[in-house]
Design a binder for this molecule. Structure first.
Ligand code: GN1
Ligand code: MG
Length: 349
């Protein structure tokens, strides 16, 4: 804290519900700072990660320098001018400006919020038009590649405790029966059929910042911004925005994707991206939620089989509970794929 000129008396509260880093809001008089302890087991290349974030946020900031509203989060350097620094215990820290009056939401409460979330991710794409994706480091290779996640799953399965494998047996069967049908997106990307873009890679609803009136401000959590595929982003966004239940909902009967929330998000997103989206991306948007939800469910399941070494958990069955809810959501998205396709095909924004 002293590296940022903050005395021990500054009021500090934990913030957000991320599974990887630890985030705090520090109040300094009328202003505030977001302090984050970076998980360097998950992100070993911290220098490259911070370089990516600084490049992207500076680009957005410069392009919209006359905007009266904040358009991006911004890194606050330490008193010594460092974008990130290590404390005496070896932990890495960084700070962001707090945007006054802003907040995040874990579960969408209505369609206007979903619309705003879609507009905000679309706005992020718009703001980064012209930014060369190859300027960014690939800090987490193969991040949303299903074949890579299946490999990790197979390895975890071999080493898993019998009890955990048994508890997860139904989900393991589901992965084995469905995975093949979802490999199309990896293949399309490998064959260069989809444009490579600057992609957020973690645009779930609680990575959208809203103002007091629930108007979207900007995307946060830019750690995974890398060259990538728009369908991954669209899928991950809908995984949370079109799900009226929590990511780790215990009551599976509540995990049913909402078409109205999907429609509202898509309208907001396409309003911003209609001029830049490719035909093939547009024609396949409806397949993205099932794909990405499956990938995330698989990662929760893998971490459960690995005895919870990646995601922060609140109890021993937490990753299994998350995986159950996310696989149910994946199945729900598959069921409404045709309706989602028709909505997009007939949409005029
Ligand atoms: C992780 O830390 P958080 O909650 O922003 C994960 C995402 C998953 C998400 C699931 C670097 O993000 O990929 O979608 O959990 N981030 C990383 O909620 O693995
Ligand atoms: Mg994240």
């Amino acid at each position: 804290m002293s590296a940022y000129g903050l005395g021990p008396g500054a009021s500090t509260v934990p913030l957000g519900s991320g599974h990887i880093h630890r985030t705090f809001k520090v109040d300094i008089g009328p202003k505030a700072l977001i302090l984050q302890q970076i998980n360097h087991k998950v992100f070993p290349a911290i220098d490259l990660l911070m370089e990516n974030i600084c490049k992207v946020t500076s680009y957005i900031h410069q392009r919209s320098s006359n905007s009266v509203r904040p358009v991006t989060i911004q890194v606050v350097p330490s008193l010594q001018g460092l974008t990130h620094l290590q404390d005496d215990e070896g932990n890495w820290w960084r700070a962001f400006e707090y945007i006054g009056g802003s907040h995040t939401v874990d579960v969408p409460h209505d369609t206007s919020l979903a619309y705003e979330a879609g507009k905000t991710l679309g706005g992020f794409y718009r703001a980064l038009e012209g930014f060369e994706p190859r300027e960014l480091h690939v800090v987490l290779p193969h991040f949303h590649e299903l074949a890579y996640r299946l490999d990790q799953f197979q390895q975890s399965l071999k080493a898993a405790q019998t009890k955990r494998r048994k508890n997860a047996s139904e989900l393991i069967c589901l992965v084995e029966s469905k995975a093949e049908s979802l490999l199309w997106l990896d293949q399309w990307i490998a064959h260069g059929r989809l444009p490579q873009r600057v992609v957020h890679n973690d645009p779930k609803i609680n990575n959208v910042l809203f103002d007091e009136n629930h108007i979207g401000i900007c995307m946060i959590d830019l750690d995974t911004v890398m060259p990538g595929c728009m369908l991954h982003d669209f899928g991950d966004a809908l995984r949370t925005t079109a799900n009226p239940a929590a990511e780790d909902e215990l009551d599976i009967s509540r995990v049913v994707p909402s078409l109205p929330l999907f429609k509202a998000y898509t309208q907001g997103f396409l309003l911003q991206t209609q001029s830049l989206i490719s035909q093939l991306e547009l024609e396949n948007l409806h397949r993205a939620p099932a794909f990405l939800t499956f990938v995330i469910a698989l990662r929760f399941l893998t971490d459960y089989l690995n005895n919870d070494i990646y995601y922060r958990t609140q109890h021993p069955e937490h990753n299994l509970q998350r995986a159950r809810a996310q696989f149910a959501l994946y199945q729900g998205f598959e069921r409404i794929e045709d309706e989602m396709r028709m909505f997009i095909a007939n949409l005029r924004v």
